[in-house]
Design a protein around this ligand. Sequence first.
Ligand SMILES: [Zn+2]
Length: 266
Amino acid sequence: MKTIALGYHDVIGAGSPPDASGFPGPTAARYKLDAEEFGRHLSAIAEVHAPVLADARTLGAKSSGPIPLILTFDDGGAGALAAADLLGRYGWGGHFLITVGRIGTNGFLDKEGVRELRRRGHVVGSHSCTHPERMSLLTPEAQRDEWTKSVLILSDMLGEQVDVASVPGGYYSPVVARTASASGIRTLFTSEPTSRLHDVDGCLVVGRYSVLRGTSPSAVAAIASGRFPPRLRQTLLWNAKKTAKFVGGESYLKVRRFIIARGGQS
Ligand SMILES: [Zn+2]
C-alpha cells in the first residue's frame, strides 16, 4: 500500500499577516498559504479526482484501488480553522497536528479550537509539546517525554485516545518512530518525500510532500493524481521552474508537458 500525503502548515485568513497564525518569522512564513491560494489548491485537487482519505488510521486496512491522498496540517496555528472551512466545502477530512505546548498562546488554536476541529470530523494529533528543532537529536527519554505528554494532554482535551502524530522540524530517525510507538502513537507523519509506508514497532510511518507558499495548484494536482514519477514529486512541488535546473532539460520538458496537459501553467 502506498499513499501520497501533502504536508501543509498554516492557512492565513484574508487580509491577515503571516504571523497571525503559527510560528512567527520569515522561515515559517514560507510554509504559510493565504486562504485564497489554499482554496485554489483544493480546487485543483478536486479537478483530478484525487481520492482524499479522511483518516490515515484506516491505511493499513486498504490493499487495492487508487493511491489515496492525505492532507495534513502541522503546528496547530490559529488558521487551522480557516483550512477546515475550506476542506468542508469539499467534504474532505484533514489531519491537524498540534504543538501542544502552544495551545492558547498568541497565533495558535486554543482548546476550544482544537475541539472544534475534532467536532468537524478531522483527525487531531500531536506535533510534540515544545516543537524541538531537531527531534532526532534529543535523547530517547526526551523524545518519549515530548510524545507522551502531548498525547496525554490532547487525549484529555478531546475525551478520546489520540494516536496520530507528526515529527516537528522534519528531523526523523527510526528512534523517533520507536519512541512515538512506545507513547501509543500508531500513525506517524514525517517530512520524508516518499509514498511508501513502513512499520516501526507497530507504528505506521507515513512520508509527506511539503507544500510551500507559491506552489502552483497544477503542481499540487499533478502530485495528488498519483501519476507523477515519485523521484520528481518534491522538486515539482517546490518550484516547477527551478525543477528545470535541478533535473536537466529533458526531464523538465516532461514536467512541463505533464502540467500543460493537465490544464495548468508552468
Ligand atoms: Zn512544525
